[in-house]
Design a protein around this ligand. Sequence first.
Ligand code: PYC
Length: 332
Amino acid sequence: MKKTFFCIDAHTCGNPVRLVAGGGPVLEGKNMSEKRQHFLKEYDWIRKGLMFEPRGHDMMSGSILYPAHDPQNDIAVLFIETSGCLPMCGHGTIGTITIAIEEGLINPKVPGTVRLETPAGLVMISYKQEGKKVKSVRLTNVPAYLAAEGLKVVSPDLGELTIDVAYGGNFYAIVDVQANFKGLEHYGADQLIAWARELRKRINAQYQFVHPENPTINGCSHILWTGSVIDKNATARNAVFYGDKAIDRSPCGTGTSARMAQWYAKGKLKKGDAFVHESIIGSQFIGRIEEETTVDGKPAIRPSIEGWAKVYGYNTISIDPDDDPYAYGFLV
Ligand code: PYC
């Protein structure tokens, strides 16, 4: 049966955000973590149809809004992506809030702020507006922490690598510059993607990562390659691999959170310090440690991430498996 979705397309610092403003499914669950599980069980075809080629592409990422479960909060979100349904997505949050405010999809209780329920937990937003345009969005993320350090993993092409794994809403393997990895600027994006795909497989075969407060958040889903900055005012640069063939064009909000948690744990960043993170294309997010906290007794931080997004299109997309053999997309 043909289903139609009304989508609003934007990008956050270069990475796509397709907000499904009409046609999203009704989900069961008393919070977004439970609703995420319901979506994955019953409605994952919507994600595949809207994210994969031919309606989407390797980097495609999006969201669906739901009413908040707690009356104190403004709205709730499900993230959809080529990789699955992320517990939290930073560039997705910045794009979703920009679209939702500019298009009048939400009406925050306190103008300039949004209390957003995500599958990973509550995220507090503040945004700056000029006329109808949202100029920037700052999200204060769920607690981020260093989960493991100094792990060894062998890349068939690069050799043995030493990695840290940090949580910033998803689990990230952080590959710092070392003898067998010279920095992301020395390699092509295709190489980073192919190496990351194999590395992720090996990391998850060797080690286990489970969020202590929510076991549905598990596994190392992203690889964060590091390298030299382009802009001398930036603190650091990264290229985040996700899905099967994607490198985030934005500096990656949850990746930046994870890297700030890593730096905090190593004494390289403290509360209040700015952390300007550059992406593979040179776009920037401004991070800051807002609060020191703990997760399951481990030192953790609540990081904020600030960035911008641009709305560029309205897209009525149909998915009709009776008519189109590629209704649910494909991977090459
Ligand atoms: O910004 O958190 C992020 C993100 C995750 C995957 C792609 N972008």
